[in-house]
Write a protein that binds this ligand. Structure first.
Ligand SMILES: Nc1ncnc2c1ncn2[C@@H]1O[C@H](COP(=O)(O)OP(=O)(O)OP(=O)(O)O)[C@@H](O)[C@H]1O
Length: 488
């Protein structure tokens, strides 16, 4: 749907909602709500039903992106290393651009500085250097910030929210909207950690299942939640007075825009806020659709972008092995393992079935194998990836869908047990680059081995070679000397 037409649709729905609002609908009595002190994480509400009603492809896509995002958060315990420069586009290009090299320069409240250091942060990350002074400036400035997962965006806007609230005022002053329950909880945890020494500031979760008593007014200064419930709390139930909100954060905008409903709800919330409310929008990607959405919702924004490290195939040695069936591919794999020392490898299969079979075979051969499979819950997947990242298992077998968007940087060898293809059976060059690219990070040499088992897969391989204009050498896995050579 074009931007304008859905904006119109929002207006129409809103008008309809208003007229429905006049009807008397008898509601079920609601239970007591759940609020959290920023020092208390035990009060997060229990998991409730998923947001949204019908399950569509669009929702699946949203779930997929949200799951990736959550996985990356769950498995990461430090900042992503980046050497890229920050691009800044200021609303007023003539105003001086501040950037800070230390948290002290931000003149934070001592309790917050203590919280920041307590989390082990010594200095601001790349994006935080520029984003924090902008977010903390007076008068408040709107900001759209884009940088890859793990570069410190969440920590940045959490610090901004905690800095802006006045704990003496017992009403919501900051609203933060996340696309899913789990992501909201993750951000909530960061607020709790960073606000550990600032217990006067309280946090509440606006998530379906967290029922409040009718007619009550929230006293917590920060509300974090999903857009549907947040909207209900602002308009239908009036637990929040949106006119008193000073900061509005939209987290994971790229995921948020993947569902039309989330966009609409976010826009409706935003329309209830005062004109001078600070708008902060964060996103890991910056596609056209995110940009359109951002422009709708954030007036006169400053923009900060941190480009992703370009993935290249320059430092990666690529080979292919000819086989006739999956058993032969497995044998080739064993030969490779027998000839060279592989610190850690990721093996990609096309289907769950192949991945399961291969993991079983490798385990029987005595390998410590981790298997990432589609039917696992997000938390289970995170646990598997975390164990692999910590080196507890040396081989990670996965389907592409499972590993999409997941950053495990230390692997030295990538094996395409099946070549990556898209839905139409054409080569998926982007996925190929992303899979292989992870072996050659930070100038280290990586090794990629592709298993070819049919005319069709040979054709795919040829097209991948042509696309990247890079030769993929043939490897004879029965020749141990030859295999040894590739590792040197
Ligand atoms: N200045 C800092 N110094 C050290 N570690 C930091 C700093 N800022 C954030 N971190 C840590 O780095 C990790 C990634 O930060 P954060 O979650 O804020 O990134 P993000 O960009 O929001 O990622 P995502 O897009 O996945 O949400 C976290 O473990 C966080 O605690």
């Amino acid at each position: 749907m074009a931007t304008d037409s859905w904006a119109q649709a929002v207006d129409e729905q809103e008008a309809a909602a208003e007229s429905i609002g006049h009807l008397q609908i008898k509601e079920k009595p609601e239970e007591n709500g759940t609020a959290a002190n920023v020092t208390d994480s035990s009060s997060a509400p229990a998991k409730s039903e998923a947001e949204g009603d019908g399950k569509s492809t669009e929702d699946d896509d949203k779930d997929d992106r949200a799951a990736q995002s959550l996985l990356n958060k769950l498995i990461r315990n430090n900042l992503v290393n980046t050497t890229n420069q920050v691009e800044v586009l200021q609303k007023d290009p003539s105003s001086p651009l501040y950037s800070v090299k230390s948290f002290e320069e931000l003149r934070l409240k001592p309790q917050l500085l203590q919280g920041v250091y307590g989390m082990g942060f010594n200095r601001p990350s790349k994006i935080q250097e520029t984003a924090l002074p902008m977010m903390l400036a007076e008068p408040p400035q709107n900001l759209i910030a884009q940088s890859q997962s793990g570069t410190g965006k969440t920590a940045a806007f959490v610090l901004a929210m905690l800095s802006h609230v006045d704990p003496n005022n017992k009403y919501p002053q900051c609203l933060c909207v996340s696309p899913t329950y789990e992501l909201a909880l993750q951000t909530g945890k960061v607020i709790e950690q960073m606000g550990k020494y600032y217990p006067e500031v309280k946090l509440v979760y606006a998530i379906r299942g967290n029922k409040l008593q009718r007619g009550m007014k929230l006293q917590e200064q920060i509300v974090i939640g999903t857009p549907g419930t947040m909207l209900d709390w602002c308009s239908k139930f009036k637990f929040i007075d949106p006119k008193k909100v000073k900061v509005f954060v939209l987290d994971e905008a790229d995921v948020m825009i993947a569902t039309q409903g989330h966009q609409d709800q976010s826009i409706r919330i935003q329309r209830m806020l005062p004109k001078n409310c600070q708008m902060l929008l964060f996103s890991a990607t910056f596609e056209e659709s995110v940009w359109n959405f951002a422009q709708r919702i954030v007036p006169d924004p400053n923009i900060i972008k941190l480009k992703r490290e370009e993935e290249t195939l320059d430092t990666i040695k690529q080979y292919y092995v000819l086989c006739n069936c999956k058993e032969e591919k497995f044998k080739a794999l064993c030969n490779i393992y027998g000839a060279i020392t592989i610190a850690q490898a990721m093996i990609f299969c096309h289907t769950r079935k192949t991945a399961g079979w291969l993991a079983g075979e490798l385990s029987r051969e005595g390998h410590q194998v981790a298997l990432l499979s589609g039917e696992m819950q997000v938390e289970q997947r995170a646990a598997v990836i975390e164990r692999f990242r910590d080196g507890k298992e040396k081989v990670l077998v996965t389907t592409n869908v499972c590993a999409r968007g997941i950053d495990v940087e230390q692997v030295s060898v990538v094996i395409n047990f099946d070549l990556p293809i898209d839905k139409d059976g054409s080569p998926d060059n982007e996925t190929y680059l992303h899979r292989i690219g992870r072996t050659g990070r930070f100038g280290k040499r990586g090794l990629a081995i592709n298993m070819v088992d049919s005319k069709m897969s040979m054709n795919i391989l040829n097209r991948i070679q042509t696309h990247f204009n890079k030769k993929i050498e043939k490897l004879d896995t029965d020749d141990l000397d030859e295999i040894e050579k590739i590792a040197s």
